[in-house]
Design a protein around this ligand. Structure first.
Ligand code: IMP
Length: 204
């Protein structure tokens, strides 16, 4: 069991609007005032960790240090087995272009690198880090298995959603309603672990 969360405010330590929306929705039932790094104009720390969990920890601690508030960060990405786990922690970086992030570029690159492979299996991973102003940190991970499909389909999600199909589903994440994704995603899996560990504890 993790440390119980007893604050009425929390900073979502992210500059990614898609993630901020999803996490804000997931936090809504808890009745906690949610702020975020964009609104608070927090600096973006250098993500030089080697795992999703290390990078999530860097982001959460940076937001807590800058605000004196507890913070929640998400580091997530798509790992493709035939590409030795790439893009993995570099999922956002694969989309960098001179004109900002373009996930069509990243999805094309995946498609081109996968052409010579038969194995299309992949995972979305989400690591959450919850940090306290005193430096305490709790981390949680959610993994969702699926496969890469081509061409991309659907416009309802963000990032790599149009080329990811969850195991046992015939729709891409770009084709499912955001409300449904909220319940089944890698982020939801990690989030539920966090709720159970830090938010829904009964008082002793
Ligand atoms: P970071 O965690 O901000 O470094 O970025 C992770 C990147 O992984 C995001 O910019 C997305 O491109 C991708 N990603 C993470 N979660 C999802 C998701 O639920 N759907 C689609 N792409 C995702």
């Amino acid at each position: 069991m993790g440390r119980k969360f007893i604050y009425d405010q929390l900073v979502i330590a992210s500059h990614n609007l898609g993630k901020i929306d999803e996490i804000t929705e997931l936090m809504a039932p808890l009745g906690i005032t949610v702020r975020n790094s964009v609104e608070l104009q927090l600096p973006e720390p250098i993500e030089d960790g080697l795992t999703f969990t290390e990078n999530a920890t860097i982001k959460a601690i940076s937001a807590s240090n800058n605000t004196g508030l507890p913070a929640l960060s998400d580091d997530s990405g798509l790992s493709i087995n035939a590409l030795s786990g790439a893009p993995g922690i570099y999922s956002a970086r694969w989309a960098e272009t001179n004109n900002g992030r373009d996930f069509n570029v990243a999805m094309e690159r995946i498609h081109n690198e996968l052409i010579k492979h038969d194995d299309l299996t992949a995972q979305f991973t989400c690591a959450l880090a919850l940090s306290w102003p005193d430096g305490h940190i709790e981390t949680f991970e959610g993994i969702l298995n699926g496969k890469i499909i081509w061409p991309p389909r659907g416009t309802k999600g963000f990032g790599y959603d149009p080329i990811f199909q969850k195991l046992g589903d015939s729709r891409t994440f770009g084709e499912i309603e955001p409300m449904e994704k909220q319940n089944i995603s890698h982020r939801a899996i990690a989030f539920n672990k966090m709720l159970e560990s830090c938010f829904l504890q009964k008082d002793d």
